[in-house]
Write a protein that binds this ligand. Structure first.
Ligand SMILES: Cc1cc2nc3c(=O)[nH]c(=O)nc-3n(C[C@H](O)[C@H](O)[C@H](O)COP(=O)(O)O)c2cc1C
Length: 204
């Protein structure tokens, strides 16, 4: 199983990227995960959505095709989002405008949100409400909210709160196991072809 990890912060050396790297390492140690791909939105690699994407303008095809190829080869995703002013960062919402049902449709996705304090709930709600309708990404019921992120999941144990760090490592690892189980279970749904309807190309 191949899992894509989308790091949704625009900042360089963000906490979201730190968490994404920990998740990538955990996945690569798991028997049921054969490959991973991290896409980092630091420095905004994707310009804002333009209508020429629908016209398949070459500059956009060149930009998006490598991303589409990676996503199409994945069986599931982890979406890592910081909470910024109670929202998902604009670059991550922009990413979802460019991702189609042919890339992520009917693939399970695990939401991981990140907060330097005790936030992190709002981006969970926002992703579940408004990022899946047309691309048909399937958020699994489990999610992880990494609160006080600076005190956990650091490489140097001296930087971590020992008990909360252990809790988050166990919780993330278990949730990844759930994600991988869904990834196996949803493969036949996509293979059946029933979910790819030309008549109902967009969700209601
Ligand atoms: C523009 C901006 C707005 C933020 N707003 C919130 C917020 O509403 N709630 C919160 O818990 N943290 C907020 N934070 C702090 C983030 O939780 C913190 O930066 C954390 O490290 C996750 O973001 P990162 O992945 O960009 O590092 C904000 C950070 C930025 C840069």
């Amino acid at each position: 199983m191949k899992i894509a990890i989308i790091s949704g912060s625009h900042r360089n050396n963000s906490q979201s990227e730190k968490v994404s790297r920990v998740i990538e390492k955990m996945l690569s140690d798991k028997e049921h995960c054969s490959d991973t791909w991290i896409y980092n939105l630091a420095d905004n690699p994707l310009p804002l959505w333009e209508e020429s994407i629908w016209d398949k303008e070459p500059v956009w095809e060149t930009r998006l095709n490598p991303i589409r190829e990676q996503l199409q080869s994945c069986d599931g995703l982890v979406i890592v989002s910081p909470e910024w002013h109670g929202q998902v960062p604009a670059g991550l919402k922009n990413f979802f405008l460019m991702v189609s049902r042919f890339d992520v449709g009917h693939k399970p996705a695990m939401i991981v949100t990140v907060s330097s304090t005790d936030g992190g709930s709002y981006p969970v709600a926002e992703l579940r409400m408004s990022s899946y309708k047309n691309n048909r990404i399937c958020y699994i019921p489990e999610q992880v909210i990494v609160r006080n992120v600076e005190s956990v999941l650091n490489e140097d144990p001296a930087d971590n709160n020992e008990s909360t760090d252990a809790y988050f490592r166990q919780r993330i690892s278990w949730t990844l196991d759930v994600l991988l189980a869904y990834a196996g279970a949803l493969r036949p749904v996509r293979a059946s072809g029933v979910a790819l309807s030309d008549k109902f190309g967009n969700g209601m």
